[in-house]
Every structure is written in structure tokens, then in C-alpha cells.
Design a protein around this ligand. Sequence first.
Ligand code: GLU
Length: 297
Amino acid sequence: MTEPIGETARVFRFAPSPNGFLHLGHAFSALFNRKLARACGGTLLLRIEDIDPVRTRRIYEAALIEDLDWLGLIWSGTPRRQSEHMADYRGALEGLARRGLVYPCFCSRGDIAKNCGGGQDWPRDPDGAFLYPGTCRELTSAQQKTRIEAGARASWRLDMAKALGEIGGPLSYREFHEGDAARIVTAEPSAWGDALIGRRDAPASYHLACVLDDHAQGVTDVVRGADLEPATGLHRLLQALFGLGAPSYHHHRLVLDDEGRKLSKSKSSPSLRDLRRQGRSAADLRAELSRRMQVEL
Ligand code: GLU
């Protein structure tokens, strides 16, 4: 007799960065994660993406927890703070270094711009940065050592050609949309060139920490904004290099301002706390987001 196959419990996560106050776009993403998790009896986790020592502030972390609580979100387990897992990221990065898949890069932004011939026609990555011209890829270990001994601090770049060679064929992931059949999407990691996966001041970039944490937290469904869709190709490559399975992805539409621009912490879109101070209730914001995004939250 065959055993019935049980549905695996699905795990969703919301993963804000504490580098500013949350705005309506974050509220939508968090509430939409909750909606999709509820619809399948899944769990919803919170992850604090605080590896950036320059922009991260504890006050923003406290504020985002308070704002999400105000919105009525309840998380399974304790939130995971990335800054508490640096040793794991370092271990993973060193593993890639031993396999010759990453190399230290000593270039400043200015160096890169210079080495891109001023940059006018130089190709850019999906974030709009110049594709890395490969300057440090050819340094010998003696040259690397000399720079480190002279006090230079390196970031770490993935050798894209080697990484793709190691995988040896196309990668894909599953993109699901409520009510529609899932699509299989071909990952396009090469759009990132030799992507930065270890920061100068932390042993991971967003990409590396995100992939390792989605795995560590047992995430089965990544629901995030369409602005992060290009990053998924790179994430899929990192998963394959580490021998990790891929979650399913859903990249949702972004909440736009009245001029059709993406909301942003830095362009001072009204924060959830501004709206709260203006007397808006959580139920009121949820109803407004449901209306604007045409999805019942
Ligand atoms: N921390 C990222 C942000 O706030 C989100 C990362 C993700 O959902 O993968 O934009």
C-alpha cells in the first residue's frame, strides 16, 4: 500500500532592512505574504536584514517591529537577525574561495568607474551599477597578499564565468501567481557579471545572506517586490553552487506614488509612522492597499 503524500508545510518570510522607516510598499509586501501564507495554512517568519553596518540602525529595527505589530502581523518564532550569523556567511564565502569561485576585489567605486572608460557606454547590472570590468580577477595571490599587508580591505566577487562553468547548464525557478499556473522561469545570473557577494565590511552581501538564510529558515515561498526579480537569477545560481534547493518565488507589483514612482525610504515617501501620526488606522491602510493593489489583504 502506498502512503499518502502529506503536503509539506509552506514557510513564507518578510525580510526588511532596518535602514529607514517602513512605508506603504513594505506594508503591502508583509500583508501580502500573510495572505498567501494563510491561504495555504503556511507559517510566516520575520527576518531582519541588517548586514550593512553603515546604514543599519537599531532604532529602525525597533520601529519596524513596532510598525508591523501595529499593522497586526504576527510572526512564527523569533525574528532572525542577519548580523548574528556572520560566522555562517564567512564560512560559506570561504568555501567558495577554496573552490576558486570568488576572488578579493580592492576596487573602490571610483576605480571601477575609471576602469570602465568613464562609463558612458559601459554595460550595467540590474541595479544600475557598472558591470565589474574584472580588474582584480587576474591578481596573483602574491599581489593579493601585498595589498592586504598594505592594509587594503577587500570585498569578494563571484567569478561568474567559472561559477556558470561549474553549473554547466541553464538554471530555472518556479514563479507562482495566485490563481494562475506557476511558470518556470530561466535564471539569468550573468546579468550581474562578477557580482559582489561579500562586502568589505561584512562577510556577505544581500545576495549571499539572503540565499543562505532562506535555506536556514526553511523558506519554501519567497514573496517580494518585482524590483527584486532580477536578483532571483543570481540567488538561483548561488543556491546551485551551495547544492541548495530553490524555493518558489512570487514577485509582486510595487505600490507606486501618485506620479507612478516606486516608494522609497530615501525619497521620503510617507512612512507608516507618519501615516499613523496623521490618525490613519491599520485597518484603514489595509483597505487602501487592497483597493490600490486590487487584491483583498
Ligand atoms: N531586505 C530587502 C529589502 O528590504 C528584501 C529582501 C528580500 O525580500 O529578499 O528590500
